[in-house]
Write a protein that binds this ligand. Structure first.
Ligand code: AMP
Length: 214
């Protein structure tokens, strides 16, 4: 199964992808996590990516396509996966389609998660992430059992730098301009599935499963 999670930042792509990953036994591949990991390890990629990420801007397409080619089309690539946070521009989506064609491969579905903007801003500003295992929490809807600690590994929870209100506004602007056009792109390929993502995480998961069974 090869899936893409599409939708604005904060709509719940990561939470849903983590759930689907457990369910189907395939990895969640989050380009945001790959970049944050590179920043923490202070690699050349990390230093380059940080200049864009800290402002809520997109990392250049050729850098992202390089990461995707290495992760999904090398010898060690997984058989199935859930892509979370890629593609984010038409150029990335076209690059990915070209890679699929070259490798005689294809996507199963693109899940387009939809919710209203006020809800998204609220979710993003109350999101917390585990420093150790990247598990996601929300202080309002999915709080950890012990404040500041991950339920799964007891790692420390932190607020991402780009989840602060000024950066959130910019990320939403960037999403509208550069990523939203992908809905039309994948609709025309016949793989788009629209998901109502305004409910609780378990409800959204049910909506996704229903759509995948259709
Ligand atoms: P995310 O964790 O998916 O919200 O991504 C956090 C940040 O990483 C984004 O705001 C971008 O700066 C960068 N990023 C992640 N994925 C991509 C991508 N596919 N293209 C460009 N930038 C990306």
């Amino acid at each position: 199964m090869k899936l893409i999670m599409l939708g604005p930042p904060g709509v719940g792509k990561g939470t849903q992808a983590q759930q689907l990953s457990k369910e189907f036994g395939i990895p969640q591949i989050s380009t945001g996590d790959i970049l944050r990991d590179a920043i923490q390890k202070k690699t050349v990629l990390g230093e380059k990516a940080n200049t864009f990420m800290s402002k809520g801007e997109l990392v250049p397409d050729e850098v992202m396509l390089g990461i995707i080619q290495e992760t999904l089309f090398s010898e060690h690539a997984p058989e199935g996966y859930i892509l979370d946070g890629f593609p984010r521009t038409i150029a990335q989506a076209e690059g990915l389609q070209n890679l699929f064609e070259e490798h005689n491969d294809a996507l199963n579905a693109v899940l387009s998660l939809e919710a209203d903007e006020n809800q998204i801003v609220r979710r993003l500003s109350s999101r917390r992430t585990c420093r150790n295992c990247n598990a996601l929490y929300n202080l309002l809807t999915m709080p950890p059992k012990i404040e500041g600690k991950c339920d799964l590994c007891s790692g420390n929870l932190y607020q991402r730098d780009d989840d602060r209100i000024e950066t959130i506004q910019n990320r939403l602007r960037v999403y509208k301009q550069q990523t939203e056009p992908l809905i039309g792109f994948y609709k025309s390929l016949g793989v788009l599935k629209s998901i109502n993502a305004s409910g609780a995480p378990e409800e959204v998961q049910k909506n996704i499963k229903r759509q995948l069974e259709d």
